[in-house]
Design a protein around this ligand. Structure first.
Ligand SMILES: C[C@@](CO)(OP(=O)(O)O)[C@H](O)COP(=O)(O)OP(=O)(O)OC[C@H]1O[C@@H](n2ccc(N)nc2=O)[C@H](O)[C@@H]1O
Ligand SMILES: Nc1ncnc2c1ncn2[C@@H]1O[C@H](COP(=O)(O)OP(=O)(O)O)[C@@H](O)[C@H]1O
Length: 278
């Protein structure tokens, strides 16, 4: 098989605590990653000698994490062939829902299969972390409890929940939010068991800063908070609300102040199901 089309799912951080700053400037965190059925689609055709991708308005091809992931796999394994990659982008960029990281992970998984380079998931996650802190969760392909910078992952079972996700009309840089002086960097460590007992007690340390810097985020959170407990995902800009079937989901979405998505929580990534990595 030389041609393959795969989905690339998004994620939510059900909570996000920053627990310390490391000597290298990165921050330690604790989080629960929930995979959701908001997908980009990537097509891979390895009947090409070079690496190439269709042009994306927002990202130069040489900066695209998809190309960076493919190059990294080539470099690591010495594989000499190429691939033509087509990306259909649906996941909002800079939204805190991990689209770029997910694209990188889908690329590593797909090309490791098509190029028959034979790396294990642990080896692919080791490559992925060089591209971004969120890549390993998409290589694992399961909901997870995360520590370290997001690379220490333990797969967890989460209740089946649906979400409304809003994308405020602004772009948030992860680096910029981490560099804010007012960021709480010393949240006491917790455990997955403690989180499960009382999930609403765990929040997102970036929520106050994102709302202050971006009124669009404050507006989206205030809107969703009328219907339950809304949260920021990652460093934003997206915010999400867990919803029950009896709520008027259509009305909540129609009256939202910005773009809205209805998403199911996934138990595992469809990429792994499609590639037989069960
Ligand atoms: C904090 C999270 C939670 O999911 O935010 P989102 O990106 O999803 O919003 C992620 O782990 C982010 O991962 P990712 O977006 O891949 O970040 P990277 O590109 O690795 O890092 C961008 C910059 O953010 C800072 N950074 C990032 C992660 C971290 N644990 N500590 C940091 O201090 C560093 O300054 C780094 O240069
Ligand atoms: N394939 C890609 N899809 C999305 N963003 C990408 C991609 N490749 C590189 N990027 C860059 O990665 C950054 C973070 O994008 P993304 O992962 O969508 O956001 P977030 O980390 O907030 O969830 C953006 O600034 C974008 O320029």
């Amino acid at each position: 098989m030389s041609l393959l089309t795969l989905p690339s799912p998004a994620k939510l951080n059900l909570f996000l605590h920053i627990t310390g700053k490391r000597a290298d400037g990165y921050h330690n965190l604790q989080s629960v990653f929930q995979l959701i059925d908001l997908y980009d689609y990537l097509s891979f055709d390895i009947a090409y000698a070079d690496l190439s991708i269709n042009q994306l308005d927002e990202v130069a091809s040489s900066d695209n994490l998809i190309i960076k992931a493919a190059r990294l796999l080539q470099h690591h394994t010495g594989y000499r062939g190429g691939c033509r990659i087509e990306l259909q982008k649906n996941i909002p960029i800079g939204g805190g829902v991990g689209g770029g990281s997910s694209n990188a992970a889908t690329t590593l998984l797909a090309l490791n299969s098509l190029w028959q380079t034979g790396l294990t998931l642990a080896e692919l996650a080791g490559l992925g972390i060089q591209l971004g802190a969120d890549v390993p969760i998409f290589i694992l392909g399961k909901n997870a409890w995360a520590e370290g910078v997001g690379e220490q992952l333990v797969a967890v079972d989460l209740p089946q929940i649906d979400y409304i996700v809003l994308k405020p009309d602004c772009f948030i840089s992860t680096k910029q939010l981490f560099s804010q002086e007012s960021l709480t960097r010393n949240t006491p460590e917790t455990t997955f068991a403690a989180y499960q007992q009382n999930p609403t007690q765990c929040g997102n340390n970036f929520e106050a800063i994102a709302q202050k810097l971006y009124p669009e985020v404050a507006q989206a959170l205030a809107y969703l908070n009328q219907f339950g407990q809304a949260r920021l995902t990652g460093t934003g800009a997206c915010v999400f609300l867990p919803v029950q079937p009896e709520q008027d989901i259509t009305a909540i979405m129609q009256n939202a102040p910005c773009q809205s998505y209805f998403c199911h929580g996934l138990q595992r990534s469809p990429v792994h199901e499609q590639l037989g990595l069960v």
